[in-house]
Design a protein around this ligand. Structure first.
Ligand SMILES: C[S@@+](CC[C@H](N)C(=O)[O-])C[C@H]1O[C@@H](n2cnc3c(N)ncnc32)[C@H](O)[C@@H]1O
Length: 204
């Protein structure tokens, strides 16, 4: 990866910053993380800085123009809502990050694309956000507790929150961090580490 031009970026979400270090690095090596609907790539950049390899996907990858694809970075321009099959085939990831994006039909394939032991970090707007800036269409707003329903077994919920946040601006959000248990699960016999609480209130 090399930066061709400086790119103005929103800071990475505090939720992603907090839980990204839980994404496993197999044998200390680099593992692949999917940044779905990556936008300008604030999380792609953060994950690269943390030492992961990133597949960044969006229907418009113009916001990544300053990043150069290479062994640690793949960029795919794909319409995820064209009604076609899941575009990433059998590819598996040690982490999947999705923020500020919701297309419910993708969930089965998205969850299947996570390796055993892999981590899902998801954060987007929820019902109640209608009165604030941002999406108001219910298609793009999670219902109360919906991420918990969408992310069922074999996932172990590490953290879940829903409610009003004030930064980067007032919004109603819902967010989850979940780890995919081995087939059959282990009933919590090998608990996953928690992440430290967020520390920088200025980030989104
Ligand atoms: C609000 S932005 C969030 C970007 C990024 N995840 C973040 O939080 O900074 C939503 C992103 O979803 C992408 N998107 C919307 N519809 C899409 C589609 N049908 N296929 C692929 N990407 C889509 C948009 O291009 C945009 O980059």
């Amino acid at each position: 990866m090399s930066a061709k031009t400086p790119h103005p970026q929103h800071p990475p979400s505090q939720w992603v910053r907090r839980f990204a270090p839980l994404i496993p690095k197999a044998g200390g090596g680099k593992t692949w993380v999917l940044d779905l609907a990556c936008g300008g790539g604030r999380h792609t950049r953060h994950l690269l800085e943390l030492g992961y390899k990133v597949l960044a996907v969006d229907r418009d990858v113009g916001g990544l123009a300053d990043l150069e694809p290479g062994p640690d970075l793949e960029i795919l321009e794909i319409d995820l809502e064209d009604g076609g099959p899941w575009p990433l085939g059998e590819r598996r990831f040690h982490g999947v990050v999705v923020t500020n994006y919701l297309h419910r039909p993708l969930f089965p394939a998205l969850l299947a694309a996570i390796e055993e032991g892999g981590v899902l970090i998801y954060e987007t707007f929820a019902r109640g956000n209608e009165r604030h800036h941002g999406p108001r269409n219910p298609d793009f707003l999670l219902n109360s507790g919906e991420l918990l329903e969408l992310v069922g077994l074999p996932f172990h919920i590490v953290a879940f929150e829903q409610g009003v946040v004030e930064r980067p601006r007032t919004a109603v959000v819902q967010r989850i961090c979940a780890v995919k248990e081995p087939a059959g699960g282990d009933d919590g016999a090998t608990p996953h580490p928690l992440a430290p609480a967020a520390s920088n209130p200025k980030s989104g």
